[in-house]
Design a protein around this ligand. Structure first.
Ligand SMILES: Cc1cc2nc3c(=O)[nH]c(=O)nc-3n(C[C@H](O)[C@H](O)[C@H](O)COP(=O)(O)OP(=O)(O)OC[C@H]3O[C@@H](n4cnc5c(N)ncnc54)[C@H](O)[C@@H]3O)c2cc1C
Length: 429
């Protein structure tokens, strides 16, 4: 099958995405409908942008949050991180580079949501995130981490401070073996709240959400015409995470199993933890040294994390070796956590949807037997960073779909009164 995949640079036209407060519609409807397959963070964030920018949207998914078993997006930390993430696995450097602008686009939007909509139940907050290291950052072996920190400083992420004194300030004991540290402000997303909020937001904006009785089976390309017909759609967005292994016929999609303990953070059993405390893994395939302590909301603290590539089963329990080790690492880091009591949901596990090389945000590119090009755009393989990348990914997805459907977005603004200009595009809440 000849392939002519389209790839657009996410920063080609707009470098920034902002949330605007006015609810009045700014764009003419395109009278075109996109069928989004997958109802977690990637699919729903893309639906939000598409709706605001003039498209009609139907979302189909076998599960949405809250669901049993939980969708992967609901299990996530979810800490926004400048790539690569603490529990991140990037199989090549180009993947890290590609994801940087996407992460910054998302950061800006999460910041807008956290600061501008304090009363909404969106679950997004801005916390101080502290990153600790077992070697000095100027040590030759720490080159990658040092570069990452220098970039964070250069792009002026708020609250940045490089100072080993952070170790003492946070009472991290010598047994934790950390000797260097920096901090900055970071969005933290309570995914239980956020995914429900997102679902309601896109529904209010007119999206039709359908829960499928069973997961779709087989390559979407083979059922493209029937899906387009059934849902009166003009194009399909595949945002099925790990499901893309089958739905995009992509064997390079694989799971990296992760788990988190959840404990009560109400200040009764240990002094309430209000900042993120993290130590990155140094070996990408192991979680021996990860510490991931994240206040999820007012009452729950997450303790993690674990990284197990190519493990498909979800058979871990709190008693599993990897979970016990995870807890021990967090307790060594903050000894008061030995008194921590389990939350109502004490343990969660999920399969991060990784893809060999990097995530895939591109048009399918295959040609049907009748000579017509596929109208599928893919957005999957976001690994351990689906929230970090979500708005950047959605922006690129929108551009690809808009290109595919031959709309020239710039001609569509209602009266050109500044909703998007040179490098800024807006969505509404
Ligand atoms: C323990 C853990 C910690 C994490 N921490 C963070 C973090 O701190 N920060 C961060 O940014 N990310 C984090 N992540 C990663 C994040 O959860 C993922 O990157 C994100 O969920 C990917 O989103 P997605 O929408 O692409 O896929 P998913 O969340 O996997 O959603 C896929 C959707 O498609 C649907 N679907 C799949 N297959 C089919 C099918 N065949 N038919 C119909 N529907 C289908 C599913 O029901 C679901 O709705 C973490 C993940 C784990 C497991």
């Amino acid at each position: 099958m000849p392939s002519r995949a389209v790839y657009l640079n996410p920063n080609k036209t707009w470098t920034d995405l902002r949330v605007r407060t006015e609810r009045s519609p700014f764009f003419q409807r395109t009278n075109k409908r996109v069928l989004v397959v997958g109802g977690s963070v990637t699919g729903l964030t893309s639906a939000w942008l598409l709706l605001d920018l003039g498209y009609d949207v139907t979302v189909i998914s076998d599960r949405y949050a809250p669901a049993t078993p939980r969708v992967t997006g609901q299990i996530a930390g979810a800490l926004w991180e400048y790539p690569p993430a603490v529990c991140g696995q990037h199989t090549d450097q180009s993947s890290v580079e590609k994801s940087k602008p996407w992460s910054l686009i998302s950061r800006r939007v999460f910041e807008d949501i956290a600061l501008g909509y304090r009363d909404d139940d969106h679950g997004v907050s801005l916390l101080m995130a502290n990153f600790f290291f077992t070697k000095r950052l100027n040590h030759p072996e720490m080159h990658g981490q040092f570069q990452k920190m220098k970039e964070i400083e250069k792009i002026r992420i708020p609250g940045f401070r490089y100072d080993p004194a952070l170790i003492e300030e946070h009472c991290i004991p010598p047994e934790a073996n950390v000797i260097d540290a920096y901090q900055h402000e970071a969005p933290v997303i309570d995914t239980d709240a956020y995914l429900v909020w997102l679902k309601e937001l896109v529904t209010d904006k007119g999206a039709i959400l359908e829960t499928l009785e069973a997961p779709i089976e087989g390559d979407l390309f083979d059922q493209e015409y029937s899906l387009l017909r059934q849902y009166h759609a003009d194009a399909i967005l595949n945002a099925t995470g790990l499901g893309a292994n089958e739905l995009a016929g992509d064997p390079t999609v694989y799971p990296v199993r992760g788990s988190l303990l959840r404990v009560k953070n109400d200040g009764r059993c240990f002094p309430k933890i209000t900042e993120v405390l993290a130590v990155s893994n140094t070996d990408l395939n192991k979680s021996d040294d990860i510490v991931f302590i994240v206040p999820r909301n007012e009452n729950t603290l997450l303790l993690g994390g674990s990284v197990e590539p190519h493990k498909w089963s979800l058979a871990l329990t709190q008693e599993s070796k990897i979970a016990k080790e995870m807890r021990e690492r967090c307790e060594n880091f903050v000894p008061a956590l030995r008194n921590a009591e389990p939350d109502e949901v004490p343990f969660v596990q999920g399969l991060r949807p990784f893809r060999q090389g990097s995530s895939r945000i591109e048009a399918d590119g295959r040609i049907h037997g009748d000579g017509r090009s596929s109208r599928i755009v893919h957005a999957y393989g976001h690994g351990g960073s689906g929230f970090t990348l979500s708005f950047g990914s959605a922006l690129l997805t929108f551009k690809l779909l808009d290109h595919l459907l031959e709309n020239t977005f710039t001609a569509k603004s209602v009266n050109g009164n500044g909703v998007h200009h040179n490098d800024c595009l807006m969505v509404t809440i």
